[in-house]
Design a protein around this ligand. Structure first.
Ligand code: AMP
Ligand code: GLY
Length: 414
């Protein structure tokens, strides 16, 4: 019987822990640090996801059979390299491979070199040259800070003035640190998330999902970390799938091997279906959040076996149910801007509720983050799943939460 350690403490890790808990081969799950919901399924450790040396020591001392890493910050710190050096099975990419997410510049150069379809771009480190380029190419345009910026390093500028402001923040005021920016051609079309398990040149697709990034119904309001997601995607044809696999995911996995940084773990393609074909918006080196919370509940095969297969370079078995699954984020009022924490929540401990930002004190659950809970429901149609997910949300009582009601609705409301 196996012991597994999951690194991270959000909704994504709650869904990973939940999926692992279904494996008859796993006797014990630990989480570092986990959260109040994960604590119902795993033993939560007093170790932060960035305390990589402590995580390695714990895994060694407790003969952990497999470590699964959720957050990009842990990956960018080289946690997988350290675990592997200690002889521990670790699911995730090395620090070198995680660059595909951590550096926009690396990802764009890789795509250019290997002819992977993506927006046209140029890299700048001087404000004067960057603004001159924007004035020459015009708006809308997209400005991306070249580094991890907690999802805030991308500005879709509809005017030259907005672009100018972003360039000043990033190149003159060093808002995210001293660095470069990538300036990109603006693309239009529905976005979708294609996560694949990858080991070297072998690519095994998970079911696709769509995130909803805007805060309010009708895709209004500011961009967030994601307010809900659904899977599978009716607007993706077989042809789209073949294209995404054969022109994007497989060539990129092969390119990483050729570049000397083979990828192991989840390669996440943030893709857009534009009028001129499917193009890459970004890559992530990890499970998406909240996509994972709607994809993993659909997995009908053993995820522990699948993780171990990838770690050992074997082919995983991945089978899925045919149901539509929708998840709705319950966020603190004010998110993604300023918000207050510490409001009591009733109904947070239910099987289909993943915890994103909560804490437990004296048996009660309180809000403790921007995104707080994630309510998941399935149905034979998207519409049914949406109704059930909204009904589940209504069973949760808290004075300081808001949510979207229209997750997935664009796909069935004409
Ligand atoms: P990223 O962090 O690269 O995923 O960017 C965040 C969001 O900005 C994406 O989900 C898109 O909605 C938007 N975005 C990024 N790049 C582009 C682009 N080239 N054209 C239009 N929108 C973009
Ligand atoms: N849902 C977007 C992400 O995980 O980056």
């Amino acid at each position: 019987m196996a012991k597994v350690l999951v690194v991270g403490g959000g909704g994504r890790e709650h869904a990973i822990v939940h999926a692992i808990s279904k494996s008859p081969k796993v006797e014990k799950i630990y989480a570092a640090p986990g959260n109040a919901g994960i604590a119902n399924l795993a033993e939560c450790l007093n170790i932060k996801d960035t305390e990589t040396d402590k995580i390695v020591d714990f895994a060694k001392e407790n003969a952990i059979d497999l470590v699964v890493v959720g957050p990009e910050a842990s990956l960018a710190l080289g946690i997988i390299d350290k675990l592997r050096a200690a002889g521990i099975n670790a699911f995730g990419p090395t620090k070198a491979a995680a660059q595909i997410e951590a550096s926009k510049n690396f990802a764009k150069d890789l795509m250019a070199k290997y002819n992977v379809p993506t927006a046209e771009y140029k890299v700048f480190n001087k404000y004067d040259e960057a603004i001159a380029y924007v004035k020459e190419t015009g708006a809308p345009t997209v400005i991306k800070y070249d580094g991890l910026a907690a999802g805030k390093g991308v500005v879709v500028a509809m005017t030259i003035e907005e672009a100018d402001e972003a360039l000043k923040d990033m190149l003159l005021d060093d808002k995210f640190g001293h660095g470069k920016v990538v300036i990109e051609e603006y693309l239009e079309g529905p976005e979708f998330s294609f996560m694949c398990f990858v080991n070297g040149t072998n690519v095994y697709p998970l079911e696709m999902a769509q995130d909803h990034k805007r805060a309010y119904d009708g895709d209004k309001g500011p961009n967030t970390g994601g307010m809900g997601a659904y899977s599978p995607l009716p607007f993706i044809t077989n042809e789209d799938y073949e294209y995404a696999m054969n022109k994007i995911m497989i060539p990129v996995a092969e390119a990483m091997v050729k570049e000397g940084c083979p990828f192991t773990g989840v390669l996440y393609g943030g893709l857009m279906k534009t009028k001129r074909g499917i193009k890459v918006i970004e890559f992530n080196a990890r499970f998406g959040d909240p996509e994972t919370e709607v994809v993993l509940p659909r997995l009908t095969s053993d995820i522990y076996d699948a993780f171990m297969a990838i770690v050992k370079g074997e082919a995983p078995v991945l089978t899925w149910n045919k149901e539509f699954t929708i998840g709705i984020v319950l966020a603190s009022k004010g998110y993604p801007g300023d918000y207050k924490k510490g409001y009591e929540i009733l109904g947070a401990d239910q099987p289909h509720i993943y915890h994103m930002g909560t804490k437990r004190e004296n048996g009660k659950v309180y809000t403790n983050g921007g995104r707080v809970l994630f309510a998941v429901a399935s149905g034979a149609t998207l519409e049914e799943a949406n109704k059930k997910a909204n009904a589940l949300v209504d069973t949760i009582k808290c004075d300081n939460l808001f949510h979207r009601t229209d997750i997935g609705a664009k796909a069935y409301r004409k």
